[in-house]
Design a protein around this ligand. Structure first.
Ligand code: CUA
Length: 674
């Protein structure tokens, strides 16, 4: 028997529906809500979902989701609960709308590192080529007092051990840093609760001393037989400049780790502030080599019953570095494994084999670890960890001499959740939510005291089906000290039959889930038509306070007034010197000044463009045919482009944004004479 809409819609709406509410346009023809729902084939539950997620024209979403774009190399900003895409931010990959990697100085610097002679020059280089691709994986929003502060976002490149820095004042990427001694990274990125550091750890260990620019000699025999000696992982604390948000390698440090494959990581907070937790797999140090008679990696890396949770006291590491007990390796201060052990800043704890997420509870007291091959979540107590360290309650050391804390001494409890638990996030009522990859579900369970005084144990309380193959999940502020509950986003790797057929490459699928009640409820699907999104952070939209326009003449590279900014077209000018034509160009609706630039073949053309408008959304573009130059100039922005006039002819540069009624006339000529 089909329920009627009246049974689920609130009374006011139901009444309105019953009398046949009309649209704002009035007049006949507008069906009642019931008729509308029926005509679209919506069940009463569907209609309720629509109302829960709908944002009226001109309205705003309450939350913003910052989702990694995977191998698109981007970050996607999505409104929640409407699940509408608001913006794609280019990080590791060129993107033409914003002009990222198409001539704008700020973007070239971000992608390639500061130009020679500028502060920080060389720091971001060293990857052995002009990389124009990356696999954006785990976004980390900046925090103050353990809460999102809306200032900055950091995201790692899975493929290269790099971190991209996005300034949320203008939603643009300002820096891409190749972290020394790392070749790859995965989920080991987080901001400390005060954003003093951004942490990143290696994923697959790299050759000790690895440097992409100069390479390193090695043989197959070395790889197969000397793996434990020649490979190393690193836990890296990248110092953040508190004014600009930029990363500074000179003030950063690393801790050398064994060549287990370090994976996800999370920051201590509250009672565990000053600690970092990293899980790992492949304690076996399997090398691969199917044709060399070795087991495939997934078999070789699953021999032992336990892998190792790494527990790092980074405040102690800071003191060790300050005391000069470090070596410098590829331009960064490194605490060696021997020193880390001697100073007692690194401990291991057994964790069920092939663990995935390691997620710290809001007060910093519990550490949830999920083993992909174990149906339980294992919850470690931070107080137990501290006690075991103080009591030297070890079950031994690993082959490198790192003390291993006794499993029973540090585990506060276990909870059976289902098949393939991966990642955990939290809410504001003492619950944890864990993704179940194999089961395609989300499990909701209670944290014990002090979160849930009614429950003295970790207990499964609800489960919802996911379509399909959930990886990460994000709850509102769910990895901070102040989670908000309300919504959960399931980030699903497969969509199979959920969306229209667009060929064998299916969109992936985000699912919005209402977690405000005792039962989780699926509200909406969002097809994701770009590279594999991996992890996301869900933040109250009003936490973000971006500029509506840049203050006059601001350079996105420095976020300060550019020395090359001009105030109006009266200041526009062309200056020539041998081999160079330098232009200060004013950009305003609907002309460029100057609108004719002449150069000789072979000249370097440098154009300082200033959009002298202060009207919100009065963005212009600047594109030059055949020169691979395409930049967006937002109101107030001052940006420099440079290229070589290598071929004679005339080139009609133009504005790429439909900025005014006379947008088509907003063009000019570059005349290159022989
Ligand atoms: Cu400026 Cu179109």
């Amino acid at each position: 028997m089909k329920r009627t809409l009246l049974m689920v819609v609130p009374l006011g709406l139901a009444l309105a529906a019953a009398i046949g509410a009309c649209g704002p346009g009035g007049g006949g023809g507008q069906a009642s809500l019931i008729e509308l729902a029926q005509s679209r084939g919506l069940s009463p539950d569907d209609a309720a979902r629509a109302i829960k997620t709908f944002v009226a024209p001109g309205g705003r979403d309450e939350y913003m989701l910052f989702a990694s774009g995977g191998h698109s190399g981007q970050v996607h900003v999505i409104g929640v609960p409407s699940m509408r895409l608001l913006k794609s931010i280019a990080v590791f990959t060129p993107e033409p709308w914003q002009g990222y990697g198409y001539g704008a100085d700020w973007s070239e610097e971000a992608l390639d590192g500061p130009a020679p002679g500028r502060p920080g020059a060389g720091a971001a280089r060293g990857t052995g080529g002009d990389l124009r691709w990356g696999d954006s994986h785990h976004p980390a929003l900046s925090e103050t007092d353990g809460k999102y502060d809306g200032r900055w976002l950091y995201i790692n490149d899975r493929a290269h051990g790099r971190i991209g820095f996005v300034d949320l004042a203008d939603f643009r990427t300002k820096q891409v840093l190749q972290v020394p001694n790392l070749q790859t990274s995965h989920g080991g990125i987080f901001a400390t609760p005060d954003t003093k550091y951004v942490h990143i750890s290696s994923k697959v260990p790299a050759l000790k001393g690895w440097n992409a620019s100069r390479g390193q000699s090695v043989s197959l025999d070395d790889h197969l037989n000397r793996y434990p000696d020649i490979y190393r992982g690193y836990s890296t604390f990248i110092a953040v400049d508190q004014k600009s948000g930029r990363m500074d390698v000179a003030k950063s440090f690393q801790i050398e780790l064994p060549p287990y494959t370090q994976d996800l990581a999370d920051s201590g907070k509250g009672v565990s502030y000053g600690y970092a937790f990293i899980n790992s797999y492949n304690a076996e140090m399997a090398t691969g080599g199917i044709q060399q008679g070795r087991p495939p990696l997934e078999v070789g890396a699953s021999q032992l019953d336990f892998d190792f949770l790494h527990i790092i006291n980074w405040q102690k590491a800071e003191q060790v570095v300050a005391a000069g007990k470090f070596t410098e390796l590829n331009g960064i201060r490194v605490i060696t494994l021997e020193t880390a052990i001697a100073e007692g800043l690194l401990h291991l704890a057994p964790e069920p084999r092939s663990p995935h997420g390691v997620d710290i509870a809001p007060k910093g007291d519990y550490i949830t670890v999920s083993g992909k091959l174990d149906p339980h979540a294992t919850v470690y107590g931070f107080d137990r960890i501290l006690k075991a360290i103080a009591d030297k309650n070890y079950e031994g050391t690993d082959r490198y001499g790192i003390p291993i804390l006794k499993f029973d001494a540090v585990v506060a409890g276990k909870v059976e959740l289902g098949a393939g638990p991966l990642h955990t996030q939290y809410d504001n009522t003492g619950h944890a939510y864990t993704s179940l990859y194999l089961e395609s579900a989300v499990a909701k369970w209670t944290l014990g005291e002090p979160y849930h005084p009614a429950a003295n144990a970790f207990k499964l309380v609800d489960k919802v089906s996911i379509h399909y193959n959930i990886g990460h999940l994000a709850t509102t502020h769910g990895d901070t000290m102040e989670p908000q509950g309300k919504y959960l986003i399931a980030m699903n790797k497969w969509s199979i039959d959920r969306h229209s057929n667009v060929g064998p490459l299916h969109p992936q699928n985000f699912q919005l889930i209402d977690i405000s009640g005792p039962k989780m409820e699926l509200l909406a699907d969002m097809p994701i038509g770009f590279g594999e999104p991996h992890y996301a952070q869900l933040v109250k939209a009003d936490t973000i306070k971006a500029h509506a326009v840049y203050p006059p003449g601001v350079s996105p590279a420095t976020m300060e007034k550019s020395p090359n900014a001009i105030a109006s077209e009266k200041d526009a000018r062309i200056v020539r010197r041998p081999g160079v034509v330098e232009v200060w160009m004013n950009v305003v609706r609907s002309h460029f000044t100057p609108d004719i630039v002449t150069a000789k073949v072979g000249d370097t053309v440098i154009i300082h463009l200033t959009n002298t408008e202060q009207t919100a959304d009065a963005t212009h573009g600047f594109a030059v045919p055949t020169k691979n130059v395409m930049v967006s100039l937002d109101p107030g922005e001052s940006t420099t482009v440079r290229f070589v006039a290598d071929t004679p002819g005339t080139y009609s540069f133009y504005c790429t944004e439909f900025c005014s009624a006379l947008h088509l006339e907003m063009q000019g000529w570059l005349i290159v004479e022989k």
